[in-house]
Unconditional design. Structure first.
Length: 563
């Protein structure tokens, strides 16, 4: 790729002209040469951390991207952004950081892109919130950009069975129920996570990596390559050539992201039994792109989308096995062929989704991705419920649910920790509806995931026998009749804050309802007596987030002045 300097670059404002001699002097100190001042500059935001396996290998991938940038006629600058491991922070106060980090990552990308006036941006991501956070920041940057996913981990192996991180969470419940010993729990713990890469099912990270390819923000085929496969390095260098071409043509995310792009992404989530976190993240990314998505869009698209991929946690196979079968390109091809998404939407390459996937390879005899006429389920994996308990809506993953209707007495807990204690002490019985309050966007704050408690219930054998309702959210690894994102949340006095022990709650997935069977006058008296609890944080980023965050109904995005 050869660039002619007569074509004005945004970075020229930083690097050209006599008045910029001080800036050039500083840049020479970090290795920028005369020739480098004549070519486009790109920022590579690396969410590397040695604190978790998901992002542990990103330093190596970043080196390949930098070499690829050089080969493509670009000069790259690498910088960092934070990454919080949901798997490590799960079930602790640390989990409050997770969703908040999405906003911080987006801010980091935007600030550096604008501060140095780069001509292009790359976000190198892996664990859950780095994916949407990176995408939001790249879109805000207003220049051509990519979001590149570090890849899935290999499945663990124990006694001939494949394991993922969810296997460990469910083993905790099995241990509490006396089904496995201390030694057996330790064996699962030591075998489930064999090395670098993001959690290996169609959990949030892999769901969002698929979303990024469907949206066109990631080169089709890159994201499903696992973390430790050598093909990832070659694909990274190729991706930088794609970015160079986008810079040459000034082809920005705003030029190809449409409302239909986002409806396509919803269908892909529904068709693979993907994470309910995609609801929050797609609304947040769409907002940055100037496209309005509503909660009802997810329900409407899911109801007319068949499930065509047999993926964990609801199904059988891991993300590594999906790559072996044909990867995300095969899923996209099947969705287009089944007329479940629009293949005419453009991608970062300027080509359409159909042009990118019509020749997608498929391993002969693979059982993971099937045509629409052989779908595993007729309806997609997402469902939105409304009712007296959730006037602004709630979300569940229908594909992982054995029961579609449930009615039972509420077991009310103000916070996940108290609920988890009750589960591990075997205080929850078949027929109960656990209600976990004050874990919403403002209440926690940060709307923590509840994989620890949902997996413990499954591990104890209570998965089909109980339901759970919360204003918090769930990991992509959650399965069972688990209803999250209840809005309005408890912290603002939503009906979920008024539920009392023993109240009857009715869930109907077919009708799309979530009802609290308590007379209106009784609820009115409870509401009059209700007082908001003291916030957990009164200073710092947690307090600022709680003050600015919107309802889960709107994606838990931060409100701007006047909103």
């Amino acid at each position: 790729m050869v660039f002619i300097h007569e074509v004005t670059m945004r970075s020229d404002r930083i690097k050209q002209g006599p008045q910029q001699a001080p800036a050039r002097s500083m840049l020479r100190a970090v290795g920028v040469t005369d020739d480098d001042f004549k070519i486009p500059w790109v920022g590579i935001v690396n969410t590397w951390t040695e604190g978790m396996p998901c992002n542990f290998h990103l330093r190596d991938l970043a080196a390949d991207l930098k070499e690829g940038a050089k080969q493509a006629g670009l000069h790259s600058f690498e910088f960092g952004a934070p990454a919080i491991s949901d798997g490590i922070s799960m079930g602790t106060p640390g989990m409050r950081s997770s969703l908040i980090s999405r906003e911080v990552i987006a801010d980091c990308v935007e600030l550096v892109a604008q501060g140095y006036m780069y001509d292009g941006m790359v976000a190198l991501v892996a664990c859950d919130k780095t994916n949407p956070g990176g995408a939001m920041g790249v879109i805000r940057s207003g220049v051509p950009g990519l979001v590149l996913y570090g890849g899935s981990i290999a499945p663990g192996k124990l006694a001939g069975k494949k394991l993922t991180v969810v296997s460990v969470f469910e083993a905790v419940g099995q241990h509490a129920a006396g089904k496995i010993s201390d030694e057996q729990l330790a064996e699962v713990e030591k075998a489930a996570i064999p090395g670098p890469g993001a959690c290996g099912g169609q959990y949030t990270a892999n769901t969002m990596s698929m979303v990024l390819e469907v949206l066109g923000l990631s080169p089709v085929g890159y994201n499903s390559i696992p973390a430790t496969v050598t093909d990832k390095k070659t694909a990274g260098r190729k991706a930088m050539k794609i970015l160079a071409e986008a810079i040459k043509n000034n082809w920005k995310p705003a030029d190809f992201l449409t409302r239909q792009s986002f409806l396509n992404a919803i269908a892909a989530v529904a068709a693979t039994g993907g994470s309910t976190n995609a609801v929050l993240h797609l609304m947040a990314i769409a907002r940055e792109a100037g496209t309005k998505l509503e909660l009802d869009d997810f329900d409407q698209v899911s109801r007319k989308t068949a499930v065509i991929a047999d993926m964990r946690p609801w199904g059988t196979y891991t993300a590594w096995e999906l790559w072996e079968a044909g990867g995300i390109p095969l899923i996209i091809r099947r969705l287009i062929e089944g007329e479940m998404i629009d293949g005419n939407q453009k991608t970062v390459t300027g080509k359409t989704l159909w042009e990118e996937t019509k020749d997608a390879s498929e391993t002969p005899g693979q059982p993971i991705v099937v045509p629409k006429e052989k779908a595993f389920k007729d309806e997609g994996g997402l469902r939105v419920l409304y009712g007296s308990l959730a006037p602004e809506g709630s979300v569940l993953k229908l594909v992982g649910t054995e029961r579609r209707q449930f009615k039972g007495p509420a077991r009310v807990f103000n916070g996940e920790e108290a609920a988890m204690k009750a589960v591990l002490e075997r205080q929850i019985k078949p027929g109960d509806v656990l209600v976990i309050c004050y874990e919403g966007p403002k209440g926690a704050p940060g709307m923590p995931e509840m994989l620890s408690i949902t997996s413990a219930l499954v591990g104890e054998g209570l998965g089909p026998e109980v339901a759970l309702v919360t204003d918090g959210r769930f990991s992509g690894g959650t399965r069972g009749l688990m209803v999250g994102h209840v809005a309005p949340e408890a912290m603002v006095g939503g009906p979920i804050a008024l539920v009392k022990e023993g109240d009857i709650i009715a869930i109907d997935c077919d009708k799309g309802t979530l009802e609290l069977e308590v007379p209106a006058d009784v609820l009115a008296r409870r509401k009059a007596a209700w007082k908001a609890p003291e916030p957990h944080y009164k200073t710092g980023v947690f307090a600022r987030y709680a003050a600015l965050v919107s309802s889960a109904k709107y994606g838990a995005v931060l409100n701007l002045p006047g909103e």
